[in-house]
Ligand binder design. Structure first.
Ligand code: DMJ
Length: 671
């Protein structure tokens, strides 16, 4: 019953619609034709003439029109590129852009702060137009195997650091090109064969800088380190003088404790490098400006190893009592940290108020932190003849020595300041939070003349604990590494921090410990070297993951979150020890490769060196705009000592380096 009706209804409706449309169109065509016919001959001729004229004009102007259209679409593409690849940063409106000298590519640091609105002051420079580019060459494998200078192959022009931002896993497909004026990217910017001056900003300072970057002979590596120090110091002096850290890309400073951390950390380095003028200026600042009478929270460990350690070592090297007085001042101000129920110190001290406290979220302290302040406080007691410092830190050593919860001499990472016991047991590492516990067992034993056998026993047991629980070899190349243990399961990852271990092991062997420690040191040194050599920038990541599967090709893998490099010293520190003890020149070669990579990927033209965010991308290493104080305190010092032929320069039979590379004397046997 219903079907025929529905069918009729539908076909009727469609027919109506179709016929109406058809009729209308036909009707319109008919009325146009009728109107045309109604026009006079003259009118029709005029219209035809006009149409013909318009057609000819159109044909003649076509090329220039298309040119404009092409220009328009190119511009919008470029604008899109700036929007998307600027990581959310908008281009500076033209009204804010000051006139720059010809040839200067504007970057963020070129824009005076008074005309730069806050919102437009990013830590990464603003991106100028993309250059025409060729597809970049594939860069895989150790830098030594790569053709040097291939950044320049497709660089736009001198003065512009053109880079291709590649996909996260290091693939080499070109996505975007960015021009970056942060850390140094110029081809062959290394100190070895420095043939071109950067000097892009055309300033006097840059001209000076270019002069200081004259070519150096490959053998003259100590001079190259001095030059690197001067360059870093130039940035610190210009933009961060008296502050904790230089932010070299944004040309400003960062504050941690507000105590001139970089300056103090660098004092003995300047002395060792023979940089007298720089040292004299810094000394003046310590004399006239440095005050610890400040209402400020400082971290006990960091201020002990960097400030107390730096002042004590500078006192020893120079004999200048100014530094001893300052050391006494900061040392006594740190003592409230030990006033805890267990005598295991709190992590933080207010050096102005004389109060101390743990972090807000826990009453735990870090094991490495409470066990790596002993060299400094013991030395302070020896110099001042006041036993309170030594007593406080040795109480911590005694407690940790007899504490339950170790695994074959390996310590957990946390200790509670109320109970004095290890907490969060079950995780064991030679990396962050435990590293310098092991280092200071050996070094305290050396400091006091190899008499404290309990320290030695703890050290030897811990190394056996490492062998038994943490040591593995990678596939396919059999690189030895120290993994981490978490509730009985081995995690095949190693912090760059662990690279202190080859040097410490070698130091032990030099002082009569088992020779198989040296075998382990040699193997671990090779692994730490590979952590640099296998990265595209020649710089190590913060953390490396190692391959244990026999079917997989790469020994070392780096997770995206671990790709940064903070200019850390541990590998060059170990290279220094290994070279001193073996005289094998390969350690110098490895150190030199690292030095060149620092110059190539982390050097900032206006002064200073910066941490970077991605060691796997030489085309965009991502400057993090921070020069850690240990770059001057440790990294450059160890590099200098590695290249120096003078074995008596900080003799390892007379000095023991604290964990921030500040040499403290080995006590004479009578003291
Ligand atoms: C330095 O402060 C010290 O070397 C410390 O022992 C570990 N961390 C940094 C360097 O990486």
């Amino acid at each position: 019953m219903y079907s025929p009706q529905r069918k009729d209804f539908v076909s009727l409706t469609l027919g109506e619609q179709h016929s109406r449309r058809y009729t209308n169109a036909k009707h319109r065509r008919q009325s146009c034709w009728r109107k045309w016919k109604q026009l006079s001959r003259l009118q029709r001729s005029l219209i035809l003439f006009l149409l013909a004229f318009l057609f000819i004009c159109g044909v003649l102007s076509y090329p220039s029109l298309t040119e404009q259209w092409r220009g328009l679409s190119d511009r919008s593409l470029k604008e899109d590129w700036v929007e998307t690849d600027n990581r959310g940063l908008r281009p500076i409106p033209p009204v804010f852009i000051p006139k720059l000298p010809p040839g200067v590519v504007p970057g963020v640091q070129d824009i005076p702060s008074e005309v730069m609105p806050e919102i437009q002051r990013p830590s990464i420079p603003l991106l100028p137009k993309p250059p025409a580019m060729r597809k970049p060459p594939s860069k895989r494998g150790p830098p030594a195997l790569q053709k040097r200078g291939n950044v320049s192959d497709w660089q736009l022009k001198e003065g512009e650091e053109a880079m291709v931002k590649r996909d996260e896993d290091g693939g080499n497909e070109a996505k975007t090109v960015i021009s970056w004026r942060g850390a140094m990217i110029e081809a062959e910017q290394g100190t070895e064969l420095q043939s071109t001056a950067h000097g892009k900003e055309g300033t006097e300072a840059d001209a000076e800088d270019a002069a200081s970057l004259k070519p150096v002979k490959a053998v003259d590596h100590v001079e190259a380190v001095r030059e690197a120090f001067r360059h870093a110091w130039k940035g610190y002096k210009a933009f961060a003088w008296g502050h904790d850290e230089l932010k070299p890309v944004s040309k400003t400073h960062g504050e941690w404790f507000g105590l001139g951390l970089t300056l103090i950390d660098a004092l003995d380095t300047m002395w060792i490098l023979g940089l007298k003028d720089e040292f004299a200026e810094a000394r003046k600042w310590v004399e006239t400006e440095l005050s610890f009478s400040k209402n400020v929270d400082v971290n006990l460990f960091e201020s002990t190893i960097r400030i107390l350690g730096g002042l004590l070592s500078t006192y020893h090297l120079t004999g200048d009592t100014l530094f001893l007085d300052k050391a006494k001042d900061i040392g006594s101000r740190l003592m409230p940290a030990f006033k805890t129920p267990s005598k295991i110190p709190y992590s933080d001290v207010n050096i102005g108020e004389g109060t101390a406290h743990p972090p807000r979220w826990t009453t735990d302290s870090t094991v490495a932190e409470v066990t790596s302040i002993q060299l400094e406080f013991r030395e302070l007691s020896r110099l001042t003849k006041d036993p309170q410092y030594q007593n406080a830190v040795e109480e911590v050593t005694r407690q940790v020595h007899r504490l339950e919860g170790k695994r074959d001499g390996l310590v957990p990472m946390f200790i509670n300041t109320n109970s004095g016991k290890f907490t969060r047991r079950g995780a064991f590492t030679l990396g962050a939070r435990a590293d310098s516990y092991y280092e200071y067992l050996l070094k305290q034993w050396l400091q006091s003349g190899k008499k404290e056998t309990e320290l030695l026993e703890d050290y030897l047991q811990a190394i056996e604990g490492v062998r038994k629980n943490l040591l593995r070899q990678t596939s396919p190349s059999k690189l030895t590494f120290v993994g981490e243990l978490s509730n009985g399961r081995l995690n095949p990852k190693m912090d760059h921090l662990v690279c202190f271990l080859p040097g410490t092991l070698a130091l032990g062997v030099h002082n009569g410990l088992p020779t198989d420690h040296m075998e382990l040191a040699l193997q671990l040194m090779e692994t730490c070297h590979q952590m640099y050599a296998q990265m595209e920038t020649g710089l190590s990541p913060e953390i490396a993951h190692f391959n244990l599967q026999s079917n997989n090709g790469r020994d070392i893998d780096v997770k995206p979150a671990d790709r940064h490099n903070l200019l850390r010293p541990e590998t060059v520190e170990s290279l220094f020890y290994m070279y001193r003890f073996t005289k094998d020149s390969k350690y110098r070669d490895w150190g030199w490769d690292i030095m060149q990579s620092f110059n190539k990927y982390t050097r900032v033209p206006s002064g200073g060196y910066t941490s970077i965010g991605n060691v796997r991308d030489p085309l965009n290493p991502v400057p993090r705009d921070k020069m850690e104080s240990f770059f001057l305190g440790e990294t450059l010092k160890y590099l200098f000592l590695l290249f120096s032929d003078d074995n008596e320069l900080i003799s390892l039979d007379k000095y023991v380096f604290n964990t921030e590379a500040h040499p403290l004397p080995i006590w004479p046997s009578t003291s």
